[in-house]
Write a protein of this length. Structure first.
Ligand code: MG
Length: 414
């Protein structure tokens, strides 16, 4: 099957067309969601202290992308202690500013010196007002997202409501894909893909870069059953001058090409979408609902990868979901090598109706031997959506203590 155009947002590769991922069909005609404006607590949350924990958690195997290799994850956890209970957030910023300009040390400093003082200046604060209070601080969305997530978790726990229910989830489990890093050799890649398919993953994403693109994709396509859902992610490694080269990927019936060009180059992506038949999906470029709207309207993408950390939090992520649903642009949930804390919240988000493609919401053992929550386990290619209050998982304090590299507690003064 061919003849797929970027001008038709819902048309896609052969796997997708067979799967009928049109929101009107999959979401029962729903094109907008109504969710409560705030969790059901009377006056928001009064936070007394915030614990900032850094942990170093080893990956089961090095993960190589076009921007670098990761061997362990340096994670900043935000733990809020409030009048009505506690909540956890996970900052997705990485140790070095390679995926985006944010990085873990910088995010921690911004939280301590710029975000928490503004939040502590409020007596009680509802989570739906956190972004407004932090708006004068430009950028630093991953830092803001981590704080907002912890606030949201605390408020939802005290209200006895799950994040999934609050966001408007319509599923109790989500289909999972897996992201396969750049390998040293093709045989190694085939081994990795074969193992993930055996484990039940419903979609394979290959990381690509110049010099590691057509050949690995061709080989995977030829080696495995033709119906497997396959897509690629360049993490901004190409330029518009590579358009014809990228168009050579069209022959492989990919679901999408993710973020081929640099983050800021929306217009270049729109031009590329006229040359390449495979749908363009944006990741790094989409930093807010406003940018998502612009990107869609200028034809820079026909699919969006939503990562809550990248866009400033789960509430903004839900807004992006909604605007894409209204425009019939499918979305899926990306991953930033989250621990069980971030994974729990991502799985809740991915249960919303317009998440029409399997996400990078892989099982815990894809990344870690020992997660900091009970592990997320793949069952028939799906992960169960946590249904308990807040993010619905408990942090294993002993495990966190054993992985902790630094701990700071910032308290409300007065
Ligand atoms: Mg990506």
């Amino acid at each position: 099957m061919g003849g797929i155009s970027n001008a038709r947002p819902l048309a896609c590769g052969r796997g997708a067309s067979r799967r009928a991922w049109h929101p009107h069909r999959l979401a029962g005609g729903m094109t907008e969601l109504r969710r409560p404006t705030s969790p059901a607590t009377a006056s928001g949350l009064r936070v007394e202290a915030v614990e900032l924990r850094r942990i170093a958690i080893p990956l089961v195997a090095p993960f190589r992308t076009s921007f670098g290799v990761e061997r362990q994850r340096d994670v900043l956890l935000v733990h809020v202690l409030g009048n009505a209970g506690e909540g956890w957030g996970e900052c997705v910023a990485m140790e070095e500013p390679l995926y985006s300009s944010e990085y873990a040390d910088g995010a921690q400093r911004v939280i301590e010196e710029h975000l928490l003082p503004r939040l502590f200046a409020q007596d009680h604060l509802d989570v739906t007002d956190v972004a407004r209070v932090l708006a004068p601080i430009r950028g630093h969305r991953m830092a803001k997202a981590a704080v907002e997530m912890a606030w949201l978790d605390a408020q939802l726990r005290s209200a006895g409501q799950s994040l999934a229910a609050y966001l408007g989830a319509t599923r109790t489990s989500v289909e999972c894909g897996v992201s396969v890093g750049i390998m040293d050799s093709i045989p190694q890649l085939l081994d990795a893909v074969g193992t993930y398919l055996e484990q039940g993953y419903r979609r394979i994403k290959l990381k690509v870069e110049p010099g590691w693109d057509l050949e690995p994709v061709r080989t995977v396509r030829e080696h495995f059953p033709s119906g497997i859902l396959l897509q690629v992610d360049a993490n901004a490694a190409y330029t518009l001058a590579d358009a014809d080269h990228l168009a050579a990927l069209d022959q492989f019936d990919l679901l999408l090409i993710e973020q081929p060009l640099p983050q800021e180059e929306l217009l270049a992506h729109a031009k590329l979408a006229k040359v390449v038949r495979t749908p363009i999906c944006l990741d790094e470029s989409i930093v807010s609902a406003a940018v998502a709207t612009e990107a869609i309207e200028m034809g820079a993408c026909s699919v969006i990868n939503i990562k809550p950390g990248r866009v400033g939090g789960y509430l903004e992520a839900a807004q992006i979901h909604d605007l894409c649903l209204a425009r019939q642009v499918p979305v899926w949930c990306g991953g930033m090598l989250e621990t069980g804390v971030g994974r729990a919240a991502n799985v809740a988000l991915a249960a919303l109706p317009n998440f029409l493609l399997p996400g990078d919401t892989s099982a815990s053992d894809r990344y870690f031997r020992q997660d900091i929550t009970a592990p997320f386990i793949l069952e028939d290619g799906r992960l169960a959506v946590p249904s308990g209050p807040g993010i619905g998982v408990e942090v294993l304090r002993d495990v966190v203590d054993g992985l902790t590299t630094s701990r700071r507690v910032v308290r409300r003064v007065g």
